[in-house]
Design a protein around this ligand. Structure first.
Ligand code: ADP
Length: 224
């Protein structure tokens, strides 16, 4: 069975007639609406909504004076197209931010209290300085030093090595960075100037869960 995803509605089951239209265009395209209507013994007006749906969903392309042809796009490609229209700003969660002087002990408590896996570390001016993850904290706990006495800025991954994203990036770009850099989360940032220096303000957090949620919405019909 074929399903299609259209802007407003998602997971519409293709009707028998739409399946037939796809098959005709696949085999005989480019073909005009008139010719398709003739083949199906229908009027052009009856066919118009079906052709509109198939074109909007990306299964068919239409060119003036040429007719309809099969876009050749597979369902995964169409899914990719839709995911590229899902933006970080609509999915980001609140960032959990700590100061550079925060102790490892306090950081572990914050991780549990806030129920997150990664903390973002900011400097005195409130700009992004580093990232502390679960593994960073576990590693620090293996040492002999008292956890209350180790500030997180000794153990964090620091700027400029922090992988970030912007509110206007797509969820696909986030997914790529999480996989390529083998990390669990990205701070969402806005660039600012501080005395002629580019600095980053942390405005959100996106994680593997964020990406999974966005894709799940595409797979069910809850988003739109
Ligand atoms: P975990 O430690 O829970 O497995 P990650 O896989 O995200 O979490 O972290 C692995 C390492 O990558 C840690 O040392 C962490 O400091 C670093 N890290 C996490 N997120 C980022 C990021 N956005 N940019 C750069 N480094 C990061």
């Amino acid at each position: 069975m074929t399903y299609l995803e259209v802007g407003m509605v998602i997971n519409i089951e293709l009707t028998k007639r739409q399946d037939l239209i796809l098959e005709i265009v696949r085999n005989e395209g480019p073909i005009t609406g008139e010719q398709i209507a003739d083949k199906l013994n229908l009027t052009r007006a009856t066919l118009r909504p079906d052709l509109a749906i198939l074109t909007m969903a990306g299964y068919l392309d239409a060119r003036p004076r040429v007719g309809y042809f099969y876009s050749g796009k597979s369902a995964p490609q169409l899914l990719g197209d839709l995911a590229r229209k899902k933006f970080v700003k609509d999915y980001k969660a609140l960032p959990v931010v700590i100061k550079e002087s925060t102790s490892v002990y306090e950081a572990v408590c914050t991780l549990f209290l806030e129920d997150v896996g990664t903390l973002y570390v900011v400097n005195d001016k409130g700009y992004l300085a580093g990232v502390v993850s679960r593994k960073d904290l576990l590693r620090a706990m293996l040492g002999k030093q008292k956890l209350e006495e180790i500030p997180v800025n000794i153990i964090m991954t620091r700027m400029p090595n922090i992988i970030t994203c912007y509110p206007e990036d797509s969820i696909v770009e986030v997914a790529k960075k999480l996989i390529n850099y083998q990390i669990d989360s990205l701070p969402v940032v806005k660039e600012e100037q501080d005395g002629g220096r580019a600095v980053l303000e942390v405005v959100g957090r996106v994680t593997k869960t964020t990406v999974t949620k966005a894709y799940l919405e595409l797979a069910s019909d809850q988003s739109i």
